[in-house]
Design a protein. Structure first.
Length: 427
């Protein structure tokens, strides 16, 4: 019996809790959610508001604004105050305090911003509430000056009623009076200018603002690019000459030439000095991590006549090609200088210079000089020669020496002079 009494007690408590929960829910429902909503004294224009009304568990409503600028009348199903509307498509509902105010959302109707209009609501289907307009429309910009396209297929005004026949020619935007060039998206590009010699150069840290809808991206130029200069030449991603103009689209101000790779390009024929290598035109490489290449040079002569030219690229055979990593670096030759005497014909005899001079080995691994085997033979040696080893096939007329050792007869003559002087003093 004790067990039954305890069971009965628990059953009773559960029943009480259930009843209390139901009563609590009913109480909350009767309390409702209250908001204030607007009503008007002048129905047609909504210029004057009467005292607010309190709406419980109901949205605020106003009549839908029609295309002629008037509000839907009560006879046609419009309503101000507490919702809902009997004919939902005749009204606009909202759920915030005093949100059912007159329509103020407007769009420009002239590109010079001298004319605008308040936009009608977007009509709902039967049984579906109308909604307020939130978008304007305009033709796309046609140039970086911000000219709005007003041609065939475009529209200027409220997006839901001023419809573009050709959507590809138009831009929609969200917000009142947004359909102007002033709200068009822009990105910045580093500016480039031509100097007094007509060569392109980056204009310090100066930038140009570009309309993104005209064209995304930026351009940079090498000195000799032939593109004509204008105020927005760096805007966009279309280059007339890809070798000397390079575009980018990854971020604003992406056209910094310091982050690009360019190399001297051209045939090696006739490039016999480092100065001539620097005269070869600079061209952009495809990728920023590309290398520059050039033919190896030994004592001013190209090592392999059939080898690589000056270009962007990675060497496949180091003995016949030289790589470097920085822009324009293949216009530089490593000097690797040492001293050699040079020779001239004096009274039909090869005569060494009084002092040794700098001799550039460039890519040659060893510092060598040369001298004639027979000072009295004109053939087999070249005037001003002496820098570098003997040419192939001249072993019978030329001798290769170490650096600064190609005038040994001068040492012998100097030593004999010293000995003769000593003998004279001793005698």
């Amino acid at each position: 019996s004790g067990i039954n009494a305890e069971y009965g007690k628990q059953w009773y408590q559960r029943r009480v809790r259930g009843v209390l929960a139901i009563l609590s829910a009913l109480y909350c429902q009767t309390q409702g959610v209250e908001i204030s909503c607007k009503v008007v004294t002048d129905w047609s224009s909504a210029q004057e508001y009467a005292a607010d009304v309190t709406c419980t568990d109901k949205p605020c409503v106003r009549p839908a604004l029609k295309g002629d600028g008037t509000y839907t009348s009560a006879e046609d199903g419009g309503k101000w105050g507490c919702g809902p509307c009997t004919n939902k498509e005749k009204c606009v509902e909202c759920s915030e305090e005093n949100c059912n105010t007159k329509v103020e959302f407007a769009c420009y109707t002239k590109t010079d911003k001298t004319s605008q209009k308040v936009c009608p609501d977007k009509a709902g289907a039967v049984g579906v509430t109308s909604t307020a307009e939130t978008e304007c429309v305009r033709g796309k910009l046609t140039d970086y000056a911000g000219t709005i396209d007003e041609g065939e297929g475009t529209a200027l005004g409220c997006a839901s009623v001023d419809v573009c026949d050709d959507a590809a020619k138009c831009i929609k935007c969200t917000g009142t009076l947004c359909n102007t060039k002033d709200t068009a998206a822009q990105h910045s590009c580093l500016n480039y200018k031509k100097d007094e010699d007509g060569n392109w150069a980056k204009d310090g840290t100066n930038k140009v603002n570009c309309y993104t809808e005209v064209s995304a991206g930026c351009k940079m130029f090498l000195p000799k690019d032939t593109t004509a200069e204008d105020a927005h030449v760096v805007c966009g991603s279309t280059c007339a000459e890809a070798k000397t103009c390079k575009s980018c689209t990854d971020k604003p101000d992406c056209n910094d030439i310091a982050n690009a790779k360019y190399c001297h390009t051209g045939a090696k024929t006739g490039v016999t000095t480092a100065a001539k290598a620097k005269e070869l035109p600079l061209n952009f490489c495809a990728n920023a991590d590309d290398k520059c290449q050039r033919p190896p040079v030994s004592y001013g002569a190209v090592v392999d006549a059939a080898g690589v030219d000056y270009a962007c690229g990675t060497c496949e055979a180091e003995a016949k090609c030289k790589n470097c990593d920085t822009s324009g670096c293949n216009g530089e030759w490593p000097m690797n200088t040492h001293k050699c005497y040079t020779y001239k014909l004096v009274e039909d005899k090869w005569t060494a210079s009084d002092k040794s001079a700098d001799c550039a080995a460039y890519d040659a691994g060893e510092a060598k000089c040369s001298m004639p085997l027979d000072l009295t033979k004109k053939d087999g040696f070249t005037a001003d020669g002496g820098c570098g080893p003997c040419a192939a096939g001249t072993d019978t007329t030329c001798k290769t020496t170490d650096a600064d050792k190609n005038a040994s007869q001068k040492t012998v003559i100097s030593l004999l002079t010293v000995l003769m002087s000593l003998l004279y003093v001793m005698l």
